[in-house]
Ligand binder design. Structure first.
Ligand SMILES: NC(=O)c1ccc[n+]([C@@H]2O[C@H](COP(=O)([O-])OP(=O)(O)OC[C@H]3O[C@@H](n4cnc5c(N)ncnc54)[C@H](OP(=O)(O)O)[C@@H]3O)[C@@H](O)[C@H]2O)c1
Length: 266
């Protein structure tokens, strides 16, 4: 798939300090590139080192699924940028194997909750007081359509953690709206990241068929995507950039779904 490109005003986020968690791959990388192209000072995080050409001002190597990792990120961002104006909680994912609820051990539950819910909770606790003092800021939680449409074989814990993240985001919006801080959430469906591409290749190799057949199998597991294709990371980044911008100044406490129509109901 050729990456989507959009016109970007190079001054759109000038003077804005932005933290995107998990910005070295997938949708997070596209967000880092989008905000940097818009003139922002971007900080990002990952467990592994970043590639040198990633256009971020600050890179913090840390596991944000742990309290110590989240603390390290918050400390460095506050110390080096003096705070954040826009905070995008992009980190997330699932490592649970197939086998339904019985396969999800205590450890796996903790792991999914730490990565998909508590990383955001802990970073918000550390970084939001400063936004509240200033009376401005934007917080975006990246959830998933699986919060409404779980796939029970392998993502029950992930889906439950994302559902909790969405509810947490809503509650936060009620508390922080009157204090000048906007809070929104984004729920992607299937995003065609490099990890998704690798998964397609794995399924094709394992099944002994071509990649298009593997892609169709995934689409079928999702119940189909009316647009016929997954979203590109750049398209998710464009939605996040819009929601973070002053053009979305009245959007608050809402969830934006980007799934090509996958969710079968309104
Ligand atoms: N891809 C999809 O189809 C899809 C669908 C719905 C929702 N989403 C959501 O969209 C978001 C982005 O997903 P993605 O598929 O683009 O992700 P991805 O390609 O797997 O990339 C994840 C990023 O987060 C970093 N990361 C992962 N665990 C981390 C940790 N514990 N601490 C710090 N950094 C960590 C990774 O770097 P390291 O590995 O180096 O740590 C990488 O930069 C997630 O919240 C995901 O749940 C994705």
């Amino acid at each position: 798939m050729t990456p989507a490109t959009f016109f970007t005003d190079p001054t759109e986020f000038e003077g804005r300090r932005i933290l995107v968690t998990g910005g070295t791959k997938g949708a997070g990388e596209a967000m880092v590139r989008r905000f940097a192209a818009g003139g922002a000072s971007v900080a990002t995080t990952a467990r592994l080192p970043r590639s040198q050409e990633l256009p971020c001002e600050i890179f913090i190597q840390a596991d944000v699924a742990t309290p110590a990792g989240a603390e390290k990120v918050a400390k460095e961002v506050l110390g080096r940028l003096g705070g954040v104006d826009i905070l995008v909680h992009n980190v997330g994912g699932s490592a649970t194997p197939g086998g339904g609820f019985a396969a999800i051990t205590e450890e796996l539950w903790q792991q999914e909750l730490n990565l998909n819910l508590l990383a955001a909770v802990r970073l918000d606790r550390a970084l939001l007081p400063q936004m509240i003092d200033r009376g401005s800021g934007v917080v975006i939680h990246v959830s998933s359509i699986q919060r409404q449409l779980p796939l029970p074989d392998s993502t029950t814990a992930y889906a439950a953690a994302k559902a909790a993240l969405t509810t947490y985001s809503k509650s936060l919006s009620k508390e922080l709206g009157p204090k000048g801080v906007r809070v929104v959430s984004v729920a992607p469906g299937w995003i065609y990241t490099t990890a998704a591409d690798a998964m397609v290749k794995r399924i094709a190799a394992h099944g002994g068929f071509d990649e298009e057949t593997a892609r169709q199998q995934i689409l079928a597991a999702l119940g189909g995507i009316p647009l016929g294709r997954p979203a590109q990371p750049e398209e998710v980044a464009e939605l996040v950039a819009f929601l973070a911008s002053p053009r979305a100044a009245s959007i608050h406490g809402a969830e934006y779904v980007i799934d090509g129509g996958t969710i079968p109901t309104t």
